[in-house]
Ligand binder design. Structure first.
Ligand code: THU
Length: 161
């Protein structure tokens, strides 16, 4: 028997003001776009804004539904839009932010399990890492150099061969 370990490094900033201009711009866009979320059930407004490798910007927000499981997360709304509007164009960086109308919005959140699965497949199909910038409306910012780091031992297309 062997024991294996998994660990990854990520960057922690005290606030978005410490980011470079491009990253700070994406974070501010994500914070602004939270107002386009449709989250009347959770009151938890999430937005993702991505810069593609061709320079285009694509956004997504969570879209809930009275039939709760029909709701979609901001990240997967973004991925569906990006794949449709710009097929085969990789995503370079994605900023994810949220505005919690029931509480604080001052610490980073990271993508849910289903979104991690979708992000990893997007990286795989476009053969390009998606750099993540995670934050709330204020406070610390995390930068993770590729979404795949959030899903070790992931299931993927190779397993279906
Ligand atoms: N949500 C997202 O859109 N992205 C995340 O990374 C976490 C959760 C949404 C789903 C649901 O509409 C609300 O936030 C509360 O879970």
């Amino acid at each position: 028997m062997n024991k294996e370990a998994y660990q990854f490094n990520y960057e922690v900033y005290n606030s978005a003001e410490e980011l470079n201009e491009q990253d700070a711009w994406l974070v501010n866009e994500a914070r602004d776009v939270t107002s386009a979320a449709y989250a009347p059930y959770s009151n938890f407004n999430v937005a993702a804004v991505a810069k593609l490798v061709n320079g285009e910007i694509v956004a997504g927000t969570n879209q809930e539904n009275a039939s709760y499981p029909a709701g979609l997360c901001a990240e997967r709304v973004l991925l569906s839009s990006a794949a449709t509007l710009y097929p085969n164009i990789a995503i370079d960086t994605m900023a994810i932010s949220y505005n919690n109308n029931n509480g604080e919005s001052n610490h980073p959140i990271s993508p849910c399990g289903i979104c991690r699965q979708s992000l990893v497949e997007y990286e795989e199909r476009t053969k390009h890492p998606i750099r993540l910038i995670l934050s709330g409306m204020e406070g610390k910012v995390f930068i993770i150099k590729t979404a795949g780091l959030l899903l070790p031992l992931s299931f993927g297309s190779a397993d279906l061969k």
